[in-house]
Ligand binder design. Sequence first.
Ligand SMILES: [Zn+2]
Ligand SMILES: [Zn+2]
Length: 280
Amino acid sequence: MDPFHLKLIFITCLVFVPLERLLALHAEQKVFRRNWANDLIFLLLNGMLIKLGLLAFIVASIFVAAQIVPASFQGAIGGLPYWVQIPAIILLADLGFYWTHRMFHAVPWLWRFHAVHHSIEELDWLAAARVHPVDQILTKGLSLLPVVALGFSEWAIGIYALLYQWQSVLIHANVRIGFGPLRLLFASPEFHHWHHSDDREARDRNFAGQLSFLDALFGTLHMPRGRMPTSYGLDQPMPQRYAFQLLYPFVGDGPHQSVAAPEVEPPTLERASAVRSPRV
Ligand SMILES: [Zn+2]
Ligand SMILES: [Zn+2]
C-alpha cells in the first residue's frame, strides 16, 4: 500500500532534482525554493482527493456511455493496435484539455479555481502539483470523457496517463531543455513556462497540455524565438497556504478582490479572461 505514491514521488525527485541542477533555466533558483512545502502538501494531499474525484467522474462516464455508444463500436476501438490507440487518445484528450483549460481562463468563476495553479512564482518539477482539486477533476475528467466513452482499452489509457504525468512534470521543471523543431508539435518547458509568465503579451496563451500545435491551430501560441520568461505568477499574489488556496475560489481574500464581471455586455471568451480579477 502506497496511498501517497511516495515511491513515485521519490523516483521523480531522483530524476528531476539533478536535472534541474545540471540544466537549470533559472540558475539562481534553489531546490527548496519559496513555498516548496506548500506544494509538497498539494502533492501529498491533493493526489488522493483528485484520484477519488476522477474515479467517480470516470465511472459515471462509463455508465452514461454504455447507454449511448454501441458495445460493438467500443469493442472495435478497444481492439485497435496500441500504436493507433495511444496517439488517438493523446489527440482526443488534449483537445478536451485545451478547451477546458481555455474555459477556466475565460470564465471568471472558473478562473478562481485555476488561479491557484497560476499563483506559483517559481516553476519546478513540484509546481505541477499545485492545482485546485475542482480544476483538476473537471479538466482531466472532461478531457478523458470522449476517450472512455469511445471504448479505448484500459492499457492504452494507462500508457497515455503515464506519458501525460511525466510530460506534465517536465513542462513545469526549471530546465532549459529545447525540443528543437518538435517544439511546434509537443508541449515543452519553454511552451508551458510562457503559459505561467506574468508578462502581458503571454497572457491566455499556450493552453495545450501535450500538443503545442493545438495552440498554433487555434491561434493562441506564444513562443518568441530566443526568449524565455523571467517571472511568473498573478498580478496580485495569493497567500501561499494550502488551506487558504483550497478555499480561495469560494471566499477569495476580501471584497476588494471579488471577481469583476463586465458591466454591460455579457462576457465573451476573450473579454472574460481580460477581466479576471487576480491578474487585472
Ligand atoms: Zn492556465
Ligand atoms: Zn502549469
